[in-house]
Design a protein around this ligand. Structure first.
Ligand code: NI
Length: 173
């Protein structure tokens, strides 16, 4: 396994709609990349990491959100389609492509996602709370949307100012 470089905002790949993973791409290369993304995510102490964040403009992500039922819920979600979104939750959110930026974001509290696993089999996951938040955040990455786009205008301006400051200080590359 190998660690991958996580790109920071505003790398163009983060703002580009990812290509779907095609049937012939469900192979060992994909599974190796998924393994490397898990390793990279755990090393960075994140709970989700999408392909565009490691420079791959494709629609998939890995996540592992601890829940009351289980400490590890490791899952790779390929070609996600959120088919149900309902309720509301407001909570703190961060992103590995925005190091040091955390802000409250409104999301739906429940999400059902239809997706393919690493072998191309279609599955469904019905999730609540933090897992639902993560699914929405990572599916956004697959669509070229970053959490900055989900902030209120005021919070977005504050975050942009902080990023500019960090860039000037050479602490954001
Ligand atoms: Ni993110």
């Amino acid at each position: 396994m190998a660690l991958l470089r996580i790109v920071n905002y505003p790398e163009p790949v983060l703002l580009t709609v990812g290509e779907p993973v095609t049937q012939e791409e469900f192979n060992e290369d994909l599974r190796q990349l998924v393994d490397n993304m898990f390793e990279t995510m755990y090393k960075a102490q994140g709970v989700g990491l999408a392909a565009p964040q490691v420079g791959v403009s494709k629609r998939f992500f890995v996540m592992d959100v601890p829940t009351d039922e289980s400490e590890s819920n490791k899952i790779a979600i390929i070609n996600p389609e959120i088919i149900v979104q309902e309720g509301e939750q407001i909570g703190n959110e961060g992103c590995l492509s925005f190091p040091g930026i955390y802000t409250k974001i409104r999301r739906e509290s429940r999400a059902i996602v239809r997706f393919q696993d690493v072998f191309g089999e279609w599955q469904e996951l019905d999730a609540n709370d933090l897992t639902a938040r993560c699914i929405q955040h990572e599916t956004d990455h697959c669509d070229g949307i970053v959490f900055l786009d989900r902030m209120s205008v005021l919070k977005r301006e504050m975050a942009k100012r902080k990023i500019k400051k960090l860039q000037k200080e050479g602490k954001w590359v």
